[in-house]
Design a protein around this ligand. Structure first.
Ligand code: ATP
Ligand code: MG
Length: 607
């Protein structure tokens, strides 16, 4: 490609709206342009890089036997009603109504579309397993799209779905994806940290997220320096630690009955600690949560008699659109809302409003506690059961209960691990002290189970002619986010430094002036490289050499051939990643370039 035949739209200034390197560089290099909030157009050179990433993903999917499909992006809303997600997906899902009044969804993900497809195609166990994928447009109405294509509204995703006869087959396919993902990221030049992940209300049994370390990452990764344990903090657990009493020793059980104590104007844990001269570890902190779409059975739960329970016709589990829980945890710890939502089989949780807190605790905000609480079920974090002689809110203004023994003085409706694990907490496997990092999710694989195949009535006949339901796995990668992350990992102050495997062009030729012998040499190298199937960009613009060098550095083309009068018949060959060029006779340039391409490509070969 000659630069005059494509569109080079580089910017000298850093666009004000871009704060991270990849966003700045993608705009400056003219790879993307913003069309609207969270909506980006790829320009031709940017699109070449995106297609490279896509192609690597496609090759690795094909290599593990996944079959590529091309479903529509717009999907009938009724499929989402069948799965039960019409109600639970929330505002991130873009819904539209066509002229016939039909409800449609612009795919935020495609479990429903693929499950419906397989339902129609599947009849016999002989067809299983089926592993299907697409690389296609997704739309999510992100509240705050940011960092360019890192979190856009419209983006490309590779999403795959597997259908198996049994768990063993699912495990085997999951393993293939786990390996394929490692190869994909290696080939893209991405350093990823695979971590255990939350499976949320999905009820999955295995899940791994592929993270890149990033200061602007939305995820907190909990990492063990010793045994390699790595988990998203939405999932991380830690070894139990002994709660301490005020004297620094272990807490001891008490025989004293619990009793109210006046605590005038004392509300926060800090105020209470100094008032009672004890440690925050002696308090049972109680938070009232509003819980959405819980699939727990709350028939016999305190305060839940009047709740509405919805049973969908589709076969999805019955759920409570809204319920309230009192969540108890040791005073020095925090509740992780993702772990909490998973424990409650809920789609989301949020702290209840003051109004609801006062209604449920029959007291002003600040005096919630689990003892004799009648208006909401109690969820106790595991840490609570290691506590003794504890203090809790007394369900009345300015009152706390002291000498509270968990188990004796209250019985939770449910006990679960909902604490936020932090750096410094101990690894459950080896006891070493965790450290943490911010991370961005590039891919996610998980064993989904029967959620969709059950709800949407997918059946096949087994060897004995008996009707069975297949088990699913699902596997996603964000293509644009991966591309942006490659730039995050491979750039310097002058621009992008593409790994050879994903570079929009492998080589650029920059004649110092596009005239005379320089032009002649540049053009013959251009033709020769094209004949050798090298992806080459020839800068034939009438710009000053400095401008052309700057642009090619910004674009990040891995190999540059400079053709200058003073060196002819030699040309300069330079790697974008290195400072010094080598001088090579023009007639050997193709050979040198081919060797460099092979060498550079090999760095990103997956083993
Ligand atoms: P996040 O937590 O970042 O919102 P997610 O868990 O909702 O992501 P998945 O549903 O697992 O994402 O989607 C699979 C992949 O799609 C993600 O790993 C990510 O790479 C990509 N992705 C998700 N949302 C976006 C977005 N708004 N912009 C770009 N890529 C996205
Ligand atoms: Mg995810």
């Amino acid at each position: 490609m000659k630069t005059s035949d494509t569109l080079i739209s580089t910017l000298r200034e850093v666009p004000a709206e871009a704060v991270i390197a990849s966003h700045q560089l993608m705009l400056r290099a003219g790879f993307i342009r913003k069309l609207g909030n969270g909506l980006y157009t790829y320009l031709p050179i940017g699109l070449r890089a995106l297609r490279k990433v896509e192609q690597i993903i496609r090759e690795e999917m094909d290599a593990i036997g996944a079959l590529e499909f091309k479903p529509t992006v717009v999907v009938p809303g009724e499929l989402w009603r069948e799965s039960g997600r019409w109600e639970t997906m929330g505002d991130a899902m873009l819904r539209i109504t066509n002229r016939a009044g039909q409800e449609l969804v612009v795919s935020p993900t495609a479990e429903e579309a693929f499950t419906a497809l397989i339902r129609d195609e599947l009849s016999s166990y002989r067809q299983l397993p089926i592993v299907a994928y697409q690389i296609n447009t997704k739309y999510r109405d992100e509240i705050r799209p940011r960092y360019g294509v890192m979190r856009g509204r419209e983006f490309m995703m590779k999403d795959a779905y597997s259908f198996s006869a049994d768990q063993q087959s699912l495990d085997e396919i999951y393993g293939r994806f786990a390996a394929a993902y490692r190869r994909i990221f290696k080939r893209c030049g991405l350093t990823v940290i695979p971590v255990r992940a939350d499976t949320g209300a999905m009820g999955g049994t295995g899940s791994e997220e592929f993270m890149v370390e990033s200061e602007i990452g939305d995820n907190t990764l909990i990492l063990c320096p010793s045994c390699g344990y790595a988990a998203n903090d939405e999932k991380a657990s830690c070894a139990p630690d002994t709660p301490l009493a005020a004297d620094g020793g272990a807490q001891k059980p008490t025989d004293k009955p619990y009793e109210p104590m006046d605590t005038p104007d004392v509300k926060t844990i800090e105020e209470l600690s100094s008032f009672l001269q004890t440690s925050p570890q002696s308090f049972i902190k109680t938070l009232i949560y509003k819980v959405y779409n819980s699939e727990l059975d709350l028939t016999n739960a305190p305060g839940c008699a009047a709740l509405t329970r919805v049973t969908e016709t589709g076969g999805a589990a019955p759920y409570y659109p809204e319920s309230f829980f009192a969540v108890c945890i040791r005073g020095d710890l925090d509740v992780n809302e993702t772990k909490l939502a998973a424990a409650l089989k809920a789609s989301a949780v949020e702290l209840a409003s003051d109004y609801d807190v006062e209604r449920i605790t029959t007291a002003p905000v600040g005096f919630a506690g689990p003892v004799s609480l009648a208006n909401a079920p109690v969820l106790a974090d595991r840490t609570v059961f290691d506590m003794h002689d504890a203090v809790t809110g007394g369900l009345a203004k300015d009152v706390h209960f002291v000498h509270v023994e968990p188990g004796r003085d209250f019985t939770p409706f449910i006990t679960a691990d909902v604490r936020t694990v932090r750096a410094g907490d101990r690894c459950p496997n080896c006891g070493a002290s965790f450290y943490s990092r911010k991370g961005n999710e590039l891919g996610h694989i998980f064993k989904l189970g029967y959620k969709y195949t059950k709800a949407m009535h997918v059946y096949y006949l087994d060897e004995n002619g008996k009707q069975q339901i297949p088990i699913m796995g699902c596997y996603g990668i964000g293509v644009d986010r991966s591309l942006a992350s490659i730039i995050e990992e491979h750039h310097d102050e002058n621009g992008i430094i593409w790994p050879m495997s994903v570079a929009p062009y492998q080589v650029c030729i920059v004649p110092v002036k596009y005239e005379g012998a320089m032009k002649e040499t540049a053009c013959s190298l251009y033709t020769a490289l094209q004949n050798s199937h090298v992806e080459v960009l020839l800068d034939d613009r009438a710009e000053r050499p400095g401008v052309k060098f700057k642009d090619m550095d910004l674009l990040g083309i891995p190999i540059r051939i400079t053709v200058g009068e003073k060196h002819l018949p030699n040309v300069e060959i330079k790697l974008r990643s290195q400072k010094e060029p080598q001088l090579v006779p023009a007639e050997q340039a193709v050979q040198t370039v081919l060797a460099l391409i092979a060498e550079e490509s090999a760095r990103y070969d997956a083993v």
